[in-house]
Design a protein around this ligand. Sequence first.
Ligand SMILES: Nc1ncnc2c1ncn2[C@@H]1O[C@H](COP(=O)(O)OP(=O)(O)OP(=O)(O)O)[C@@H](O)[C@H]1O
Ligand SMILES: [Mg+2]
Length: 304
Amino acid sequence: MKDYSHYLDYLQDDLEESEQREPRTKARRSKPEVVEPTAQVETRKEGFNPSFSSSFHERDWILTYLSGFYEDQLITDVLRQVKGGKEANVYCCAAHPSTGMDLIAAKVYRPRMFRNLRNDVLYRQGRDILDDGGNRGRREFLAMKKKTGFGQNLRHTSWLMNEFQTMELLYAAGADLPKPVAHNDNAILMSYMGDERWPAPTLNSVRLDKEEAQPLFERLLHNVDLMLAAGRVHGDLSAHNILYWEGEVRIIDFPQAVDPLVNPNALDLLARDVERLCQYFARYNIVSAPAELTAEIWSRHIPT
Ligand SMILES: Nc1ncnc2c1ncn2[C@@H]1O[C@H](COP(=O)(O)OP(=O)(O)OP(=O)(O)O)[C@@H](O)[C@H]1O
Ligand SMILES: [Mg+2]
């Protein structure tokens, strides 16, 4: 597997310093938030020569975070960038035959985004602090509470692990989402929706046929129900986080998903998810009652 020792050393170093020192000094801030990977990259370049041409920095980034997947024989190439956002870049990769897939999507998190991620308290309440092995620990918890650099990096890993574990859980439960394939501490591989030229559009940007709107609405509500039964509320469900391809939908973007049994905001988040679905389908003259639907779904799965 890939060598993340430089990154781990940095985290360790940061923890040790933060344990000895109270508020972070200005000088300390100049230390890169994520360790510059160049030295490591050089050793990983062998063999992995992505055909996607990008800026020097993006190439470095791709080599750092995706070459491990190449070495593990999960991907053979990076073909194109699907989407570059402020939180993550998504790439379309050629899958290694061993995966049984043609294409694989790689979602590469941007480390810096975790400095001002979504309103994270709302989502994190009750959630375990997960390291990149999905484990939790008191030391990690304290570091995150103190908001040290180490803690911030852990929080980052925790979002990614929450996304990956949620995807595994929901995929196994039979929900409509990309199949999670693998992860490292900064990227997730999953089945790709679309083809090499055209990635699947998000639902908000397609015009559905009249006849397909009602069944898709029901299908998505069924997914909300199924996810709750499996112990998750998406928490940011909208037509922007649903991919549409050849009549099928896949729900994406799970880092903020919450466990309804431990997160006190879960019912409100569920209500918002359902409301947004109803609002979207209203344009196809589908009349629905989001509050009633939410109550119905909630009471079916969550004991009072
Ligand atoms: N499995 C996939 N197959 C094809 N395209 C994908 C896949 N996963 C994500 N994408 C594309 O990447 C975009 C961003 O993915 P995602 O929503 O998970 O990340 P994000 O960080 O929330 O980005 P944004 O802020 O744009 O929503 C999606 O809108 C979609 O266009
Ligand atoms: Mg999204």
